[in-house]
Write a protein that binds this ligand. Sequence first.
Ligand code: PRT
Ligand code: ZN
Length: 220
Amino acid sequence: MSTVQGRLRIAVQKSGRLADRSLDLVRDAGLRVVKGANDLLYKVENYPIDLLRVRDDDIPTFVADGVCDLGIVGENVLEEGKNGGANASVVMPLGFGKCTLKLACPPMLDYAGPASLQGLRIATSYPKILRRYLDEQGIGADIVVMRGAVEVAPRLKLASAICDLVSTGATLEANGLVAKETVFESQAVLIQSPVAPEPGLQHLLESIIERMAGVVSSQG
Ligand code: PRT
Ligand code: ZN
């Protein structure tokens, strides 16, 4: 059962690339959002719903654990955060926050396909997704985990290649890197908890999902 009696919770990114569009979606679905007592929680005036505003990395766990009933997060973060336990499930893609996790390297690296990465060091913030890709390709490479500024790794000789999110490609270009392989395609998704809400809120949960689906398809 959901931890807060009588109210649904939706986890959204507090600030960052998905924050505005997530709030827009919630509002377009007919939820009147007002600031709560603190920055962490926004309240919905016209329904028993709260928005929990957090780091995007925390959203999959909150939803998986039933601390939140729904969440809006990048598929890349969801995928990287998966573990052996119960996971949040994807309800639908939302059509924003689109980006691609790509392998990229400096032009001087003699690149002739993924096999060229054998035995090299690759910097990324997505070690699990990258490892899975490398395993599928049968490539043994060292993964250097960096929380940010992955694109500087080759210049600093921390790694020979990187695996990072790309949207416009401007960051790769500014750092003299060339995209080579697509590892994972991502966009924002609505995720749902494996933990059911209390019975009285089930109908509201379903109707919120339906309204969001309506908003997304009208934008498609
Ligand atoms: O603070 P918090 O932890 O919540 O946020 P964050 O800093 O971890 O994430 P944030 O706000 O940067 O991104 C949130 C989500 O937006 C990501 O998880 C992706 O699902 C999605 N997204 C879409 C992107 C991009 N596009 C993107 N371009 N996330 C990051 N980038 C970065 C990329 O890492 C690289 O540094 O932008 C740079 C490349 O952009 P281009 O346009 O130069 O190619
Ligand atoms: Zn984050």
